[in-house]
Ligand binder design. Structure first.
Ligand code: HEC
Length: 262
């Protein structure tokens, strides 16, 4: 269905995108539907010198947890992978700058946007895998895991900062909302030891989930759990399924905004 047919049939942009969701095979296809550049936007392989070998997810989690209190969310996950890969694989990992992603902490330098754990994990995934869709599928699965799992479930063998009691469902990958929900349930402030402990354990959880996916991929067994660009296709806008977190009861309907070229 092209855009002209959509306009002639009087379909709303939302129903157009919902229909198109049924035929989406990958990010490239979905983005080409939106840009009209079907031939240009395909997934493609790329070469990377960063070789992966299967790691023990528990070890990756422990290193991530221990690094958090110095490196914070994004770089601590990078450390969780790079430190063991330096020993087991060597090569380029030896000179990889673990702290190059430290700025991503606190949802980008404390701006509360995407949780830094996902940026740190995504950096490793992108370095290791060799196909644009594979990397995006893993990051997408990780975003679903982050949003819809009660976390943090990671239990450190030796607690570094504080005992904590609660796990919460973020419902989103947004740092501010995710940490805010947990703070409210634990009844602590952001600058508390308990909150740091929570984010350290969260980072360990995300690192372990990532290690599981990369290990499967290394065995040729990785299968994406979730559709790429699912939210975009379902909602007609880059989004998450948490509209009311920000819009309250007045979530704008996509059909009221006729920005798609008619
Ligand atoms: C993190 C906060 C946040 C979330 C979550 C969010 N929005 Fe928005 N959205 C905004 C802001 C801010 C704007 C800019 C317009 C405004 O201030 O109302 C906006 C704009 C929009 C627009 C553009 C039209 C307009 O009002 O100018 C649409 C459509 C929209 N949102 C729909 C949604 C839908 C559907 C969801 C859930 C799938 C969603 N939003 C989730 C914050 C959010």
């Amino acid at each position: 269905m092209d855009e002209k047919t959509v306009a002639e049939n009087g379909y709303s942009r939302r129903s157009f995108l919902a229909d198109s969701g049924k035929v989406i095979a990958g990010a490239a296809v979905a983005s080409s539907l939106l840009t009209g550049q079907a031939k240009e936007a395909k997934a493609y392989p790329y070469s990377t010198g960063y070789k992966y070998t299967k790691l023990d997810p528990k070890e990756v989690g422990r290193i991530t947890y221990e690094n958090y209190f110095k490196r914070w969310c994004a770089s601590s996950i990078v450390a969780g992978f790079v430190e063991p890969l330096r020993k087991k694989v060597g090569g380029l990992w030896k000179s990889y700058p673990i702290d190059a992603m430290r700025w991503a902490h606190g949802g980008l330098a404390g701006w509360g946007a995407t949780c830094g754990t996902l940026n740190g994990a995504g950096a490793v995934i992108g370095l290791v895998t060799n196909n644009t869709d594979t990397a995006e599928e893993m990051v997408n699965d990780l975003a679903f895991y982050y949003s819809y799992t009660e976390l943090p479930s990671y239990a450190p063998a030796k607690i570094i900062k504080a005992k904590i009691h609660n796990m919460t469902l973020a419902g989103t990958i947004i740092c501010h909302i995710s940490v805010g929900r947990w703070m409210r349930s634990e009844d602590v402030s952001f600058l508390s030891d308990a909150r740091a402990e929570r984010c350290a354990r969260m980072a360990a959880n995300i690192a372990m989930e990532t290690a599981g996916m990369l290990n499967d991929w290394s065995d040729g067994k990785y299968k994406p759990k979730h559709k790429l660009l699912f939210n975009l296709a379902a909602n007609g806008i880059t989004s998450q399924n948490n509209c009311m977190d920000c819009h309250g009861q007045n979530v704008p309907g996509v059909e009221t905004y006729s920005t798609l070229k008619k």
